[in-house]
Design a protein around this ligand. Sequence first.
Ligand SMILES: [Zn+2]
Length: 335
Amino acid sequence: MTDLHDTLLTLDSHIDIPWPDRQDAWAEETPRQVNVPKTRKGGLRAVCLAAYIPQSPRDEAGHAEGWERVQGMLDVIAGLEGRQGDHGARVCRTAADVRAAYKAGDLAVIPAIENGHGLGGRPERIAELARRYGVRYMTLTHNGHNALADAAIPRKDLADNETLHGGLSDLGRETIAQMNRSGVLVDVSHAAKSTMMQATEVSSTPVFASHSCARALCDHPRNLDDEQLDRLKETGGLIQVTAMGSFLKKGGGGTVEDLVRHVSYIADRIGVEHVGISSDFDGGGGIPGWKDATETANVTRALQAAGFSDEDISAIWGGNMLRFLETAERAAEKV
Ligand SMILES: [Zn+2]
């Protein structure tokens, strides 16, 4: 009997990379939670790797720093393309590229950006990054308000008040328009509720949360409440439940069963076609049962134990996200 897990195109929609780079993307021994050998061991077939830009002051120096770092990190992600022995990795620009990499037995790498601060206040740069690196999504913010939008968690150390723009700024709206044109998905993880709700109105393609959980089950500011989940359903959006213990269970300590509890709750409320999975590995994620990429099969087993059908599991594990990428690709072509 074939294990269901081995037949799935498993896609993890949010993983960080160590920075500065440690040249261990192919190492057999490494403290990082995700690299090429670990994805093979765990049957993880596709990874969205994020160039994470810490929020810094919203001034000229902060913006220059963000722009420099985002290019440096995307260079490292692009450099993953290659082959060592029978292990291969491909940087994928489209859902079709991801499927082709999977067919060939190579790891599919989808470049992403965490924090629109990396554009350095220049919305048109997203088109350049999409062209140069194949960037497919960008979170509008990280923790701390930026020039584009309000974040879910203000940064007191950067003198943030509760709100800055009341959601999206004009620059943020312009950035979303540029993202839509470039086929770059609008990611509302880390964004304030006001930002998220406005983004669903401004964006011409559905928005998604690459790594967030359900607030009804765990009252954390990084999670989406029921009104936000319902908005995702109405607009054709997606939420990728993440393996962060403190988002899964109040006070922390969430496990792989808790992750599946969030997936079940969201599937019941807004439909299984609107939910997927992410780890936030190498960015604070990792829970008992799914501590790194080698343990990915445990997630599939927990989904089976919760009663999801093979078809549902396939959608949750990657089918939904690939369909979502395709929607943005088609919309970008039309502009
Ligand atoms: Zn994050």
